[in-house]
Design a protein. Structure first.
Length: 177
């Protein structure tokens, strides 16, 4: 069993020093407190904020800051591995399968509490992440490799659309706000 990762700088160092296969073990050993992430935390008035902590050719670390009730659309991950680490708050992950006509079927709901880690990949279907509490929440999203666009379910058109991913902050600097 690998040593616990207890700081954000240690996580970054270990990810930089290892390959993709080792990343899974490192991420699974995280036990990083909320205080480590607070310098990167930024909330929007409406909707969740996507805050880029670090992006390399091999991985991407995003801190998502959620208001009560915020949720992602149902989405995929452009073929990449995705880990979600609950930093603070209470969240739910809802998973779906889609048929050839993009009809969604809910397959699983998981409540996330207390530094919980979950994993998703396109072969597993699609998912939505939602802040299910009346408090703010924070999640760390780790993508291997980085994601520039993904399939997002458009509820109005009842079909998936390609969407370019954007950040609200990059290394604590606001982007296009």
């Amino acid at each position: 069993m690998s040593e616990k990762v207890r700081t954000l700088s240690s996580l970054i160092s270990r990810l930089e020093e290892t390959d993709h296969e080792e990343h899974k073990k490192i991420i699974s050993s995280m036990d990083i407190p909320k205080e480590e992430f607070m310098p990167f935390a930024y909330w929007k008035d409406k909707g969740y904020a996507r805050n880029c902590i670090k992006r390399t050719k091999d991985y991407e670390l995003l801190l998502l800051c959620w208001n009560p009730g915020d949720k992602t659309p149902v989405h995929g991950h452009d073929g990449q591995d995705c880990w979600v680490y609950l930093v603070d708050g209470e969240m739910s992950e809802i998973r779906y399968q889609a048929d050839e006509e993009d009809n969604l079927t809910k397959t699983h709901t998981e409540k996330l509490t207390g530094r919980r880690l979950t994993y998703m990949r396109d072969e597993m279907g699609y998912h939505m992440i939602k802040n299910t509490s009346n408090q703010r929440a924070i999640t760390l999203h780790i993508y291997a490799l980085p994601i520039d666009e993904c399939e997002v379910f458009d509820e109005a058109e009842e079909s998936f659309k390609s969407k370019e991913m954007q950040y609200d902050t990059i290394r604590k600097t606001k982007v296009g706000l």
